[in-house]
Every structure is written in structure tokens, then in C-alpha cells.
Design a protein around this ligand. Structure first.
Ligand code: F6P
Length: 465
């Protein structure tokens, strides 16, 4: 990116800086983008998260704070229903997370998705100046680049997918899949979290579209246009996050958890309440652990922080009810008058508080059934005391698994595997914990969000245009 080129980021959600924290801390994208825009005098365009009072989608509201200008729009009730709750979160999200059983294929929501992408293009196009570099994010806005091109936008435009890209055999279940992927080939650069998702995308382009694909360079050529596709694993804002432990709020949170668990080891999970996170399966694993080692109910307390998410979507209501039931079952069967094995908390916390909780917890449980990357795994590692680090138990199906092989790896579908991993983590000697942590922390520190941003934007500047 040339030094004076302005960066325009477009994503579904825009985290107005003040809004970071309680609600924002559990969602990785917003924090990562805020870091990317800082110091670049960037513009960030997206949905305010609110329903418009006029009943119509539109009216841009701008504010500048912390070196970032945000331009947001409210969406109409119908647009929220069809685009956000509908096609994005009831079709693409489940399908891309391998949950074909939960995916809904409705013509109306598909039309709503296209309509909102068109409206985004119409509203943001006048804000884009000729030298700007444009970076579009995530599954809500796949066709946006093509919509901008149709309005004459000649800028360099990149796209990054924060979630997995499914295997071709699964992806072709999506009606009009070809139409959707063809729109992606109007971007100059398309980024994925891992080599696995990238390979699936390239496979699709070659096998289903008949595109000319060069695996080595990631170039995909179709109808005379070339797009470059590459993997860019996202990281955390190391500079910012690793210093949070010095703050009073983090120390208090650490103390709060430690004093409430006393001699028991705290094991923590922090996830948006989402079926992709493997929460019921995690509780089944914990239940299996207590079945096998009933005496250890006095050694271990599990704290699951799970702020509700996408509450208007039915599958999210179902997962919430399932978790309440499973937590009740374990606690009913295993509690003593002075011991409750599972603490299930339906609220969000600030990054400072989460740092403190991570540091107090000697086991971090990150066991999604499928996840683009998972930044909680990286934050857990960053919050550990190097002299007495906790153990990360990580799903082999999280994008982060490719980067963090020194975690205790599990198959989240297997309660026996989870139970075994918990026992291994609980009994792991200090030397082994330190050895593993030293390797993990190197990756988390080096592959941080600043490197991610710089690498993506440098490539966007250099790919053929
Ligand atoms: O990573 C996927 C993602 O949709 C992000 O874009 C977002 O920060 C997070 O999940 C939270 O989801 P939502 O914006 O639907 O609350």
C-alpha cells in the first residue's frame, strides 16, 4: 500500500471504539479491524447494528474517534431479517461451518442478501476516492466487490473471509453457489484463514467453475480476469493485549476467580453462544471426565463464559436451551453443598477482565467443531504467566490448530478424547507446561494482527490489477 493511500474497510459490523469491551471482546473481527485502521486515517463503513426508525435502510452517520472515522447505516427490519438473520446467519454461516443440517435455503433471504449488498455498494461508492485501497470483510459481503465494480470502482479491492471455506462436496449444496463464487473473482486479492480453507476454494474454482488455477501463486483466472487467493492467518493485537495484565481491572478479575475457586483448578471457556463452538460437546466431555474420575470434582471447576449471540435466529435459541439443560444435569448430578462443578455465565466481559480470568484459569478449553481461526485460543496463551503457565486444550478443527501444534489437541466430537485431555492438562508437570507455552507464545507474539494487516495490504498493493 503506498504510504499516502487511504484504507477503506467495509464490514457488516463496525465497532465504534467506545463500544469495544463488554459486548465486543468476544468477537474477534471488530478488534482486529480497529487495530488495522488506527494510524492509517482509515474509513470504516458498515452496519450500526441498529434497526432504522424510519423503516428504511440508509442515512450514513459518521464519527471520528481514536484516529478512525466510522460511517454507519441502520438497516430496515426486513433487511436485518433477510440479510443478517437470514442468508448470512441461517444459510452461509451454518453451511460454511459444516452444519448443513441447520442451513436454510430460502429464495427470499437470498434476494435480501443481494439487495443489502447492492445498497452497501450504492452508499459507500461515493465515499471511495480514486487512490483508496478497499478491504471488504467476511461472509456477509461476499458480492460487494462485484457490486462496486459495476458502479465503476477501479480501486484495488481485497476480500478476507474470517470463517472456514467448506469442502466442495458440501459447498455445492448451496443454491446458486456458482453465482456467489463468480462475484469473488472481481476482487484483486482474496484471503483465507488457513491453507485448508484456501485449498478448498481453489479446488472449487478449478472443478466447478473450470477456472485456470495455479496452486503455487494462488492465481485463479476466469473469463480473462485474474484474482489471487492466499492464506493469511489472523492474530491478536499482541502489543495491546499482552499489556492488559498490568491493569487493575485485570488483576481484580484474576483475584476474583482465584479466591472463588480456592484450591480447585479453574478451567475456562469463552465463546459466543454459537453451535459452531462445540459447547454441548464440551459439556459432554466434562461429564465423561467426572464419570471416570468422580473424586476429582473437588479438583476442578469449569467456568464457561458464553454471551448470547444472534438471538433472533432459531438455531441459537435451541443451543441456548440445550446448554442450560446440560449444565443443570452435570451440576445436579455432581454438586455437593460446597462444590458446584460448572459455572455457566451468559454475559460478556471486557478484555481486561478476560485477561484476568484467563490468567487465573490453569486450563483453557477451546473446542469448536469448526472455526475460521479462534482468537480466544491466542488470547488465552498471551495471558499466561510464563513461569507457571496454564494448558491450552484446542480442537483439531479450529483454524488455530495449524498454527498452535503445541496445545493439547482434541477431537471435540469425542467425549472420551476431551475427558482424557482434561486429565492430561490437570496433571501436566510444570516443566512440560513451560516448554509448550514457550513455543506457543512465540507464534502468538509473532503472527499478530499488525503483521496480518501489513502482509495482506502489501500483497493487495502488489498483485496484478
Ligand atoms: O467471525 C465471524 C463473525 O461474524 C464476525 O464478523 C463477528 O465479529 C463475530 O462473528 C460476531 O458475530 P455477529 O456480528 O453476528 O454478532
Amino acid at each position: 500500500m503506498s504510504a499516502d493511500a487511504r484504507l477503506v474497510v467495509i464490514s457488516n459490523r463496525v465497532a465504534v471504539p467506545k463500544a469495544r469491551g463488554a459486548a465486543g471482546a468476544q468477537g474477534g473481527l471488530a478488534g482486529a479491524l480497529h487495530s488495522a485502521l488506527k494510524n492509517r486515517q482509515g474509513l470504516w463503513f458498515g452496519w450500526s447494528g441498529k434497526q432504522s426508525e424510519s423503516g428504511r435502510t440508509g442515512n450514513i452517520s459518521t464519527q471520528t474517534s481514536d484516529d478512525v472515522t466510522t460511517a454507519t447505516i441502520d438497516l430496515s427490519e426486513r433487511d436485518i431479517e433477510e440479510y443478517y438473520n437470514g442468508y448470512a446467519n441461517s444459510t452461509l454461516w451454518p453451511l460454511f461451518h459444516y452444519r448443513l443440517d441447520l442451513a436454510k435455503f430460502e429464495r427470499e433471504t437470498g434476494k435480501g442478501y443481494e439487495r443489502v449488498n447492492e445498497r452497501f455498494a450504492e452508499l459507500v461508492a461515493p465515499l471511495i476516492e480514486p487512490d483508496d485501497v478497499v478491504w471488504v470483510h467476511d461472509y456477509h459481503l461476499v458480492p460487494l466487490g462485484e457490486r462496486l465494480r459495476s458502479r465503476g470502482c477501479k480501486n484495488r479491492i481485497g476480500f478476507f473471509l474470517h470463517i472456514p471455506w467448506p469442502a466442495t462436496r458440501l459447498f455445492v449444496s448451496l443454491p446458486y453457489h456458482e453465482r456467489l463464487v463468480r462475484t469473488m473473482l472481481h476482487y484483486d486479492l482474496v484471503g483465507f484463514q488457513t491453507q485448508e480453507w484456501l485449498d478448498s476454494f481453489l479446488h472449487y474454482c478449478r472443478e466447478e467453475l473450470g477456472a485456470d488455477v495455479d496452486e503455487e501463486s494462488g492465481s485463479v483466472t476466469l473469463d480473462g480476469r485474474t484474482t489471487i487467493a492466499r492464506a493469511y492467518p489472523i492474530g491478536i493485537d499482541w502489543e495491546h493485549f499482552s499489556k492488559l495484565g498490568e491493569k487493575g481491572e485485570a488483576r481484580q478479575a484474576q483475584q476474583r476467580l482465584m479466591s472463588s475457586t480456592r484450591r480447585r483448578t479453574a478451567m475456562i471457556g469463552v465463546d459466543r453462544l454459537d453451535y459452531s463452538k462445540g459447547l454441548p460437546e464440551r459439556l459432554d466431555g466434562i461429564s465423561r471426565f467426572f464419570d471416570k474420575h468422580p473424586e476429582r470434582v473437588r479438583d476442578l471447576v469449569f467456568v464457561q463464559i458464553a454471551p448470547p449471540s444472534r438471538e433472533d435466529v432459531e438455531s441459537y435459541q435451541v443451543i441456548r436451551a440445550t446448554l442450560e439443560q446440560k449444565t443443570g444435569q452435570i451440576n445436579g448430578a455432581r454438586s455437593e453443598v460446597d462444590v458446584v462443578p460448572v459455572r455457566y455465565v451468559n454475559r460478556g466481559y471486557t478484555h481486561e477482565e478476560l485477561f484476568g480470568f484467563f490468567r487465573a484459569a490453569k486450563i483453557g478449553l477451546v473446542t469448536p467443531l469448526r472455526d475460521g481461526m479462534n482468537l480466544v485460543a491466542k488470547e488465552y496463551i498471551a495471558a499466561q504467566d510464563p513461569e507457571d503457565p496454564g494448558v491450552l486444550i484446542l480442537s483439531q478443527f479450529a483454524g488455530a490448530a495449524a498454527q498452535l501444534p503445541d496445545a493439547v489437541m482434541v477431537n471435540p466430537h469425542s467425549p472420551d478424547d476431551l475427558a482424557h485431555a482434561i486429565r492430561v492438562a490437570l496433571d501436566m508437570p510444570l516443566e512440560e507446561r513451560k516448554e509448550r507455552h514457550e513455543k506457543l507464545i512465540g507464534t502468538v507474539r509473532d503472527d499478530n494482527v499488525q503483521n496480518w494487516t501489513e502482509t495482506f495490504l502489501r500483497d493487495l498493493d502488489n498483485v496484478p490489477h
